[in-house]
Design a protein around this ligand. Structure first.
Ligand code: NAI
Length: 386
């Protein structure tokens, strides 16, 4: 029998919801390119319910306990005395969401001799030390595509929010004000601007597709070039690297995983090559940008705005400088955890567990590490330190 430790974010401050804003969510059966949505044998939750918080339990308890497995659900993940650290020594599986990451460092993995599987309920497995996972013979899997479109929608919202100066204008309303000039003195149209994405995987391509109708000039860089037909359809300009692309852009959106190739990419040097007044949107991972370089660029005007939902560490401390830097449009890490996304990644987590517990293969597209190496989606998008 397996012991599964599931690290989730806390319930709402007012308690677990008893009703929701909407009565249903659309059914999504598949994604662009033909991948099917998660298809577990069954689910024990109501689509659209809050599943990502502790009481939601990703809808897993009945399924696991009915087969005799042990499920521990906690939000307590920091420090040697945390529930996570106390449960790790005999855990077989750790489930974590990037929004509230259980950082599976090499030290923690070393203290978990039985740990065989780390599941990311969502996308982005950089909170697991992938080199250590490989060395430990673990499998790392994530629910590829489950929230890619959720993030793409958030990116488009944030681009428009920054360029059009939405948040300060909204604040004016709350403050009882009506100074139009205050609201519009930093407000522009997106139309005609050059927008570039660092990475055109599932999220990056979805962002490009959603922005095309805004009559912008679209750019991208990726280590895998898109098919020529897609480049032509969307009018894309390909650049061999981020350094080649960003000087041409008015808006840059980061949609690459965090791994050795991308860590610290947006530091003083690269930011200094951008046009003065560029907007930068990062919903990928905070450490792709240099925290203090971003603050400096906003203060000097090199960046006109920065928005995103990813921080380091998470949860972000109360004094994190990105909370108070000028012209930002940050949210907590929420873009991939809409109720719609939760339904899909909870189902995908169950699908992965069903396969693993039955000893049948996990879908290749869900694999990041397997068999002692990067595998599946991981081999496509990640690199290791060695
Ligand atoms: P994906 O695997 O479809 O796409 C990643 C792309 O990045 C691939 O096309 C890959 O070739 C490219 N890439 C990797 N290294 C690169 C480099 N050095 N330079 C240029 N391109 C590079 O993944 P998807 O679904 O698009 O997600 C991307 C990332 O977004 C995730 O790894 C995760 O970190 C983040 N994410 C954030 C969420 C949020 O809630 N804020 C939710 C989901 C994902």
């Amino acid at each position: 029998m397996a012991k599964i430790v599931c690290v989730l974010y806390d319930d709402p401050a007012a308690g677990y919801p008893t009703s929701y804003a909407r009565d249903d969510i659309p059914t999504i059966d598949g994604y662009p390119g033909g991948q099917t949505a998660p298809s577990p044998k069954a689910i024990d939750f109501t689509p659209g319910a809050l599943l990502g918080s502790v009481s939601g339990e990703l809808g897993l308890r009945e399924f696991l306990e009915s087969q005799g497995h042990t499920l521990v659900v906690t939000s307590d993940k920091e420090g040697a005395d945390s529930v996570l650290d106390r449960e790790l020594p005999d855990a077989d599986v750790v489930i974590s969401q990037p929004f509230w990451p259980a950082y599976l460092t090499a030290e923690r993995i070393a203290k978990a001799p039985k740990l065989k599987l780390a599941i990311t309920a969502g996308i982005g497995s950089d909170h697991v030390d992938l080199d250590a996972a490989i060395e430990h013979g673990m499998t790392v899997a994530e629910v590829t595509y489950s929230n890619s479109i959720s993030v793409a929608e958030h990116v488009v919202m944030m681009i428009l929010g920054l360029v059009r100066n939405y948040l300060p204008a909204y604040q004016t309303v709350w403050d009882g004000g009506w100074n139009i000039a205050d609201c519009v003195a930093r407000s522009y149209d997106l139309e005609g601007m050059h927008v570039g994405t660092v990475a055109a995987g599932r999220i990056g391509t979805a962002v490009l597709r959603r922005l095309a109708p805004f009559d912008v000039k679209l750019h991208y860089t990726d280590r895998h070039r898109l098919p020529e037909s897609v480049e032509r359809e969307l009018g894309l300009t390909f650049h061999p690297s981020a350094a080649d692309m960003v000087p041409h852009c008015d808006v840059v959106t980061i949609n690459a995983p965090l791994h050795p190739e991308t860590e610290g990419l947006f530091g003083d040097k690269l930011l200094g090559t951008m046009k003065r007044g560029t907007y930068l949107i990062n919903t990928a991972r905070a450490k792709i940008a240099d925290r203090d370089a971003i603050v400096r660029a906003l203060e000097s005007g090199q960046l006109a705005g920065y928005a995103g939902d990813v921080w380091y560490p998470q949860p972000a401390p109360a004094d994190h400088p990105w909370r108070t830097m000028p012209h930002h449009g940050m949210t907590p890490h929420i873009s991939g955890s809409s109720l719609s996304a939760q339904t899909r990644y909870a189902a995908g987590t169950r699908e992965i567990l069903e396969s693993w517990l039955a000893g049948t293969p996990i879908r290749d597209e869900y694999l990041i590490v397997d068999g002692g190496r990067l595998a599946g989606a991981g081999a496509h998008a990640y690199s290791t330190r060695v």
